[in-house]
Design a protein around this ligand. Sequence first.
Ligand SMILES: NC(=O)c1ccc[n+]([C@@H]2O[C@H](COP(=O)([O-])OP(=O)(O)OC[C@H]3O[C@@H](n4cnc5c(N)ncnc54)[C@H](OP(=O)(O)O)[C@@H]3O)[C@@H](O)[C@H]2O)c1
Length: 258
Amino acid sequence: MLKLVQSSLIMLAVILPGLANAETILITGSNRGIGLGLAEAYAERGWRVIATARSPERADELNALDAKYDNLTVDELDVTDDSEIAALAVQYEGTPIDVLLNNAGVLGDVEKQNAQNIDYDEIKFIMDVNVYGPMKMAKAFLPHVAASKQKKILTMTSGLGSMALTQRLGRFYGYRMSKAAVNMAMRAMHADLKGEGYVIGLIAPGQVQTELLFASGFRGPGSITVDESVAGLLTVIDGVNAETVGLPVNYDGQAIPW
Ligand SMILES: NC(=O)c1ccc[n+]([C@@H]2O[C@H](COP(=O)([O-])OP(=O)(O)OC[C@H]3O[C@@H](n4cnc5c(N)ncnc54)[C@H](OP(=O)(O)O)[C@@H]3O)[C@@H](O)[C@H]2O)c1
């Protein structure tokens, strides 16, 4: 028994100093899709990963990562729930977070956001998740990000939020509005806080084969796997800094026009 306790303590001593020096990322919506891929990739890199999900009890793939990696923890978080956001910020008080990654997002019901049918309750729901969620997270976690080395707050946007790219095909009004709005919110926040060393930017994953893409009806050529998107996003996230932050950057390094 004594031997077991001793070896556990030695293991902890080996793991904890490593984790104390490791960079930390907090990812929202990490139970599936791109968020899950990013959580695994950062855990594999040796970062400390705070992987959040609305319903951890149903997040089987994420829980499997939790079991596999000592440097990944799973926490419950609905980005529309103010009390959960506040509680998580308190739980991690004093923990520097190098990258806060606002990944969670919803497409909404595509039949409720077109010229024939506009459901404003649906649009409000999309805005709650895709716009106010990232804004609330950014505000709540500013102290954690401020205490880190990289000081990055990055939000997943989409080419569908680009005015310049919205020429031939419309639809997805609520989703498009939400991504354009979050672009502006984060741009304004960066303008306010860049003097304090924060890097508040926008990234995009490409057309990725996830539930969100399938629900949109897009399945065509040009779509990529989660692994392909994540590989590109890691480079993009590494590369965003005070000098380069500006237009949203796609997973392949291309800038997306406003
Ligand atoms: N796939 C694409 O082609 C594409 C293109 C451009 C941008 N994006 C953006 O990339 C991000 C990830 O999308 P994805 O393709 O990976 O979609 P996905 O597979 O549908 O995953 C969406 C994730 O967001 C979570 N989520 C939804 N509402 C939430 C809430 N209120 N609080 C916390 N988490 C919530 C989901 O959790 P639950 O499982 O609990 O619902 C899920 O983990 C989104 O911001 C999306 O807009 C995707």
